[in-house]
Design a protein around this ligand. Structure first.
Ligand SMILES: O=C(O)CCC(=O)CC(=O)O
Length: 266
C-alpha cells in the first residue's frame, strides 16, 4: 500500500516490481470502481512488467480533494504518480473514464507513453442530460439506487445469471464508493470531449470493447478507434463493460500482443 500526494489529494497506489529493472505497465480504473478490477489481468504481466495500479481521485482509498474534477486533473494525478516513482516511459491501460484519462495523457505527454490500451471507452461518453440526471439521482438517493441498473451495463446477462457471489461483491464495490467522488467523475466525463485529441494520438494503440457493453457500446468504441491513427480495434465476446473481470484472459492476450509488437519495434 503506497500513498502519493498529488496537489491537495492523497492517491492510493500499488507498485509491484522494480521500475528501474522492468518495463512499467500502469492501469487506470473506471467510474465506480477501484484498482482491484485489474487483479486478474495484471497477474498475466506480473513476471515481466513492473505494475502500477492506483485508485483515481475520489475512488477507492484516494482523496477527492477540493474543487471540480476534470479529465486533465486525473491526468495530473497520474503524472504525479509516475514522477513520484521516477518512471519515465510506461504503457497505460485505461477503462472507460480511465481510457479517457489515457487518451488525454497520450496527447499531453506522448513521449512518456510506450503503448496505449483503451478498454470500453470513447472520445466522448454520453451526453450532458444523461450525466446530469445520473448526478441528480445519486445526490437524491445515493449510489445504491442506481446499483442494479449499473450491473446490467457492466456485466452480460450470462454473468449476472451464473455468478451471483462475484456480482454481489462488484455491486458492493460500486455502492461503497464515495458518492461525492463518483459524482465528481461523472461531471468530468460530462465535460470532456476528446474527439480532437484522438486524431493527434501518436502512440501504438489497441482499442478493445466487450460485445455486450451497454455503457460504451461497440459501435461507439469503434468510432473512437477509427479516429486514432493506426489503432487496432478488437471486440471481446462474452463481456460487458468490464472485460477485465468477465474475460480477463482474452483481454490480457490482446494487451500482450500490443506489448510484444512494441518490444519488437524498439
Ligand atoms: O465506466 C465509466 O467510467 C463510465 C461509463 C459508465 O457510465 C459506466 C456505467 O454504465 O455506469
Amino acid at each position: 500500500m503506497i500513498f502519493v500526494e498529488s496537489g491537495d489529494a492523497v492517491i492510493h497506489a500499488e507498485l509491484i516490481g522494480d521500475p528501474e529493472e522492468q518495463p512499467v505497465l500502469c492501469f487506470v480504473n473506471s467510474l465506480g470502481t477501484d484498482f482491484r478490477i485489474w487483479d486478474q489481468v495484471a497477474a498475466h504481466f506480473a513476471e515481466d512488467y513492473c505494475l502500477l495500479l492506483y485508485d483515481k481521485r475520489g475512488h477507492g482509498l484516494s482523496d477527492l480533494g477540493q474543487g471540480p474534477v476534470t479529465i486533465d486533473r486525473h491526468v495530473d494525478d497520474l503524472l504525479a504518480l509516475v514522477d513520484h516513482f521516477g518512471i519515465d516511459r510506461f504503457g497505460v491501460v485505461g477503462l472507460s473514464i480511465g481510457g479517457m484519462i489515457a487518451q488525454r495523457l497520450a496527447v499531453r505527454a506522448p513521449d512518456r507513453l510506450a503503448a496505449l490500451v483503451l478498454c470500453d471507452t470513447a472520445a466522448r461518453i454520453g451526453d450532458a442530460e444523461g450525466w446530469n440526471s445520473r448526478i441528480a439521482a445519486i445526490e437524491a438517493d445515493g449510489i445504491d439506487a442506481i446499483g442494479d441498473a449499473v450491473m446490467e451495463r457492466w456485466f452480460t446477462p450470462a454473468y449476472r445469471a451464473e455468478e451471483d457471489m462475484p456480482l454481489r461483491v462488484w455491486r458492493n464495490m460500486l455502492t461503497r464508493q464515495s458518492a461525492k467522488g463518483y459524482v465528481a467523475s461523472c461531471a468530468a466525463i460530462r465535460d470532456a470531449d476528446l474527439t480532437a485529441d484522438a486524431g493527434q494520438i501518436d502512440v501504438p494503440t489497441l482499442v478493445v470493447v466487450g460485445d455486450g457493453d451497454l455503457s460504451t457500446p461497440p459501435d461507439l468504441v469503434r468510432a473512437t478507434a477509427e479516429l486514432i491513427p493506426g489503432a487496432r480495434f478488437a471486440v471481446i465476446e462474452g463481456a460487458g463493460h468490464l472485460p477485465c473481470i468477465e474475460r480477463p484472459d482474452e483481454l490480457a492476450a490482446l494487451i500482450g500482443d500490443l506489448l510484444d509488437q512494441v518490444t519488437d519495434d524498439d
